[in-house]
Design a protein around this ligand. Structure first.
Ligand code: ATP
Ligand code: MG
Length: 202
């Protein structure tokens, strides 16, 4: 049987090889650029991850903008925390869930006027990070013109990061993005009859 010394020596060698590999990859990544990060999929964790990046950015003193394209039933903690923050400009679409309004024309006009705020942020070189929460639905439902959204995203200031959340991200958004995560739904407490919980869900 392998002695504990042999086991430790083997571990050390494997870790050295891993470190060499990681160091090489870190040394090869030398570019800085404004990123488009898309968080999609049916699992929980898209908006909360996006707001996690916003918290990091604010912590580093970056100037941020948030546009939420769907207003939830519950006042979310992120809005309570960030909307008063001097480094954050925060806009929320002034209608409820799309399946609650059930009025396509009203939804379109709300989406278009909310997008104006996004566009202003995406054209402002003083803004470092833009979070477009639940934007994907505006393209899925055809509320916003995909050509215009893609063009404005592509023409934004070169250093500006954009984070986009929502299920079923449009193929063109995925193509444009630098980083895309597909959050998988393995299980969710809601399906076991647990109602939304403050701090975890909103
Ligand atoms: P979070 O804001 O918690 O990161 P999310 O942005 O990934 O969630 P959304 O589709 O925007 O997910 O839904 C927001 C709300 O719906 C949250 O309260 C979340 O807990 C809940 N939710 C998310 N995914 C699921 C799911 N698979 N089943 C049931 N409820 C979900
Ligand atoms: Mg969300």
């Amino acid at each position: 049987m392998e002695s504990s010394n042999e086991r430790n020596a083997r571990h050390k060698k494997a870790m050295q090889r891993k470190k060499e590999h990681v160091d090489q990859r870190i040394a090869a990544a030398t570019t800085d650029k404004g990123l488009v990060v898309v968080l999609t999929g049916n699992g929980k964790g898209k908006s909360s991850s996006a707001f996690g990046m916003l918290a990091r950015s604010v912590g580093h003193g970056l100037r941020c903008g948030v546009v939420q394209f769907i207003k939830g039933q519950w006042e979310c903690g992120e809005h309570l925390l960030f909307s008063q923050h001097p480094q954050v400009e925060f806009h929320v679409m002034n209608t409820g869930f799309t399946w609650e309004t059930q009025d396509r024309d009203a939804d379109i006009s709300a989406a278009v006027s909310t997008w104006e705020h996004a566009e202003a942020l995406l054209q402002n070189a003083n803004v470092d990070v833009v979070l477009l929460d639940e934007l994907t639905y505006m393209l899925t439902y055809g509320y916003l013109d995909a050509d215009r959204v893609i063009r404005v995203l592509s023409e934004r200031p070169a250093h500006q990061h954009v984070i986009i959340t929502g299920r079923n991200a449009n193929d063109r958004l995925i193509e444009l993005a630098d980083t895309v995560s597909d959050v998988t739904d393995i299980k969710h407490a809601f399906n076991a009859g647990v109602r939304v919980q403050k701090g975890i869900d909103y």
